[in-house]
Write a new protein. Structure first.
Length: 149
């Protein structure tokens, strides 16, 4: 069975709290795609008590830096999802066991990245306006559809 995890950055500017962001943006992806975990940066002290312990996959592990999520998962292939990547999603082959990495909207983390990367294609410059959770939904859907082929 494949292991799929996400790592991303909290929107500390536009959203009122990590709890609101998780519930409104990330929860569907974690539950719907049966992810093995989610890491978020920076550490905010998110209170885990609002979640039911019956679903441990919903546990959000906060890290100071996305690099910590990579270090904590040495058996997973890290894949940076970045609009500046030269690798379009339509031709991307998803690793079996993967940690997808998401940054902040319109801010590329590709400079200096030595691993795999993939770009979500959108008309014109719209890919730079995708919210990280929107890009994650597209990547996870693409992974699911390609697994059916």
């Amino acid at each position: 069975m494949a292991i799929v995890k996400l790592a991303g950055c909290w929107d500390t500017i536009w959203l009122p709290s990590p709890a609101v962001e998780y519930d409104s943006r990330w929860r569907f992806l974690v539950i719907g795609y049966k992810l093995a975990g989610i890491y978020m940066s920076p550490v905010t002290g998110l209170d885990q008590s609002f979640r039911t312990p019956a679903n441990p996959s919903e546990l959000v592990i906060e890290v100071a830096d996305i690099a910590e999520a990579i270090a904590a998962n040495p058996t997973l292939v890290p894949v940076l999802v970045d609009e500046s990547s030269p690798n379009p999603l339509r031709t991307f082959e998803h690793p079996t066991n993967v940690l997808y990495l998401f940054g902040r909207t319109g801010l590329s983390f590709l400079d200096g990245w030595q691993g795999l990367s993939v770009a979500v294609e959108a008309p014109g410059q719209l890919s730079a306006w995708l919210q990280p959770d929107q890009a994650a939904a597209i990547v996870l859907y693409d992974r699911m559809v390609k697994s059916w082929l």
